[in-house]
Design a protein around this ligand. Structure first.
Ligand code: PEP
Length: 244
């Protein structure tokens, strides 16, 4: 399975700067230089203008959330079929910033995953422990519960392991920690879905930078990386995509 490099732009980018960055990334994403799958997750407002810039270069387009219903009276929300209609291929769900800032529960996230799949989108489900979970030695309990509660039975998507304490802090998890968590998550997902334990691609996310990308991508079980801050320049995003 090819590794995936996914850039989460979060709430960054106006039309001019976002389209410029997408063009720069597309220009540098020649398959001769990049042998990994690339996906960009811009804000909702840039999805339709980025679709024609990225898809001719084989770069996937992701949304950062979707609603669990296909339509309805939900002011301000965006449904999965609307994303599919724009040419979106993936959707990030259950990111820790949504779990924290929007109080999203694993049960709700599970319904969003099902809605995404029903619309033909590939869900990228985020799980991860907080600093307090780590200090209390309950990392595996927390991750195990998030997998059981957020992954519907027929899940066929991507999981991103993102320790909350590593996001935006400049402090990536150690290779040993990533390796241990990958082994735990592969086994937990396989048990939950009753599949073979390498069937689901698992990304690592949390302060990945070009200089440590090669060693993180070489950790056994890592199916790619989810990149926040370092996805905001073409140089650092492509540096990660070409690492190793
Ligand atoms: C993220 O928010 O998904 C993320 C990985 O952010 P950063 O790379 O900035 O830590």
């Amino acid at each position: 399975m090819r590794q995936m490099i996914m850039g989460n732009w979060k709430m960054h980018g106006l039309r001019g700067s976002g389209e410029r960055l997408a063009r720069e990334i597309a220009k540098g994403a020649d398959p001769a230089c990049v042998s990994r799958d690339l996906v960009i997750a811009p804000p909702f407002t840039l999805l339709s203008s980025l679709a024609p810039l990225l898809s001719p270069h084989g770069i996937g387009l992701a949304a950062q959330d979707c609603h669990e219903d296909p339509d309805g009276a939900h002011t301000g929300d965006i449904a999965a079929p609307m994303l599919a209609d724009l040419g979106v291929s993936h959707v990030i769900l259950g990111h820790s910033e949504r779990r924290q800032n929007h109080h999203e529960s694993s049960a709700l996230i599970c319904r969003k995953v099902e809605a995404a799949q029903k619309s033909g989108l590939i869900p990228v489900l985020c799980v991860g422990e907080t600093e307090a979970d780590k200090a209390a030695d309950r990392v595996e309990d927390v991750l195990g519960r998030q997998i059981e509660e957020s992954l519907p039975r027929g899940f066929s998507g991507i999981v991103a392991y993102e320790p909350v304490w590593a996001i935006g802090t400049g402090q990536a998890a150690t290779e040993q920690d990533i390796s241990d968590r990958m082994a735990f998550l592969h086994a937990a997902i396989a048990r939950h879905l009753e599949t073979d334990d390498k069937a689901t691609r698992i990304l690592y996310g949390g302060s990945v930078k070009p200089e440590d990308a090669a060693s993180i991508l070489a950790v056994p079980g890592v199916g790619g990386v989810l990149v926040g801050g370092a996805s905001l320049t073409a140089e650092s995003f492509l540096g990660i995509a070409r690492a190793g």
